[in-house]
Write a protein that binds this ligand. Sequence first.
Ligand code: FDA
Length: 397
Amino acid sequence: MVEKVVEKVDVVIIGAGAAGLMCAITAGYRGRKVLVLDHANKAGKKILMSGGGRCNFTHLNSTPANYLSNNPHYCISALRRYTPQHFVEWVERHGIEYHEKTPGQLFCNESSKDILNMLLTECDWAGAEIRLQCSIDVVAQDGDGFRLQTSSGVIQCESLVIASGGLSIPTLGASPFGYKIAEQFGLKVLPTRAGLAPFTLQPEDLQRFAPLSGVSCPVSVSVNGVAFKEPMLFTHRGLSGPSMLQISSFWKPGQELTIDLLPDDDVLAELKTWRQESPNKRLETYLNAKLPKRVAQIFTEWKNWNETFQQCSNQRLQEVADALKSWKIKPNGTEGYRTAEVTLGGVDTDCLSSKTMAAKDIPNLYFIGEVVDVTGHLGGHNFQWAWASGFAAGGEV
Ligand code: FDA
């Protein structure tokens, strides 16, 4: 039986997250009748959780080089047309106070709620309706538009925007909905995996390093020719902190990470100087001076660095320097989608227009935000992609 259409709108956007809300505002101000549907009980849950509750809403120096994608050129056009400065102007117009934490990373002074409230206020001003706790059961083409069977009845629209995000953090509403819709319409979906995720360790390493849980130190970590110099945090499950989250997006299961525990130091030269100037001191004294005490202690015990400097040959000093400058560790895995900030992979950009985010072969179907195979580095780049892709589609739908 064909269900009667109960509602007609110009644009339906599925997903009231960062990308969906930006798209709704942009389309709403163009005079389009916009309806945003979300199965969650609240809009923008990830915005609220982001940046430790202060939302790292953009990165001033965001460039296409900060994104991973099978097609690294895809994001260029949208990012060029909607820049971090555009978003900052908006934030300032709404009187939201913010600060730059590490260079380029902008955070709210008060709370992530400020960003969400700004977006919801703009949705209201633009006349876009947001309907929560609404499930979408069937999506079908209807002429050049779409017909949706939802828990709030049958809805007909001219344009359909999929902004349902990736798989990370299912408790915040994540679902494979967008990938399924893409496949339903014959679009390719590239394999997905958790990105910006903490590492878990092999049992032996975990036993050794879990006592350091809560200790942070500045490191440089590398894998596959990519390196990040940022803090690392030991956790009761393994390794986290900005450096580990960043590198997790480039790491493949089974690979070793190389960690430089003293990235600003020429350790071998320093060890030789210590041998010359303080021959009676123990190696441990150097470690205590350079690393957090508990880290120094664990490494000293593990590596049996008990000698005095005068007892150390050049080869011994080289061994110590190598262990500190290129500590090799093979993670057991990552914590996966349960805690990952993003999902790598997704709707293949080859199937989409880089100017409008529209599916090339299906009229009036759009994909924006994290559901697309564009994933940013840590530091505000993922929201910048959500804003930019939402703005691009919002100008078209
Ligand atoms: P997003 O996931 O935000 O929204 C998708 C929406 O679709 C959700 O509201 C969901 O409920 C809805 N949905 C899903 N399936 C559905 C279905 N079947 N039916 C109906 N609705 C459905 N980035 C950054 O730049 N700076 C930061 O500080 C942080 N911090 C951060 C912290 C944490 C804990 C996480 C998990 C992530 C971040 N991120 C971040 C990443 C950032 O949150 C993310 O990239 C964007 O929220 C992606 O925006 P989207 O709108 O694409 O998806």
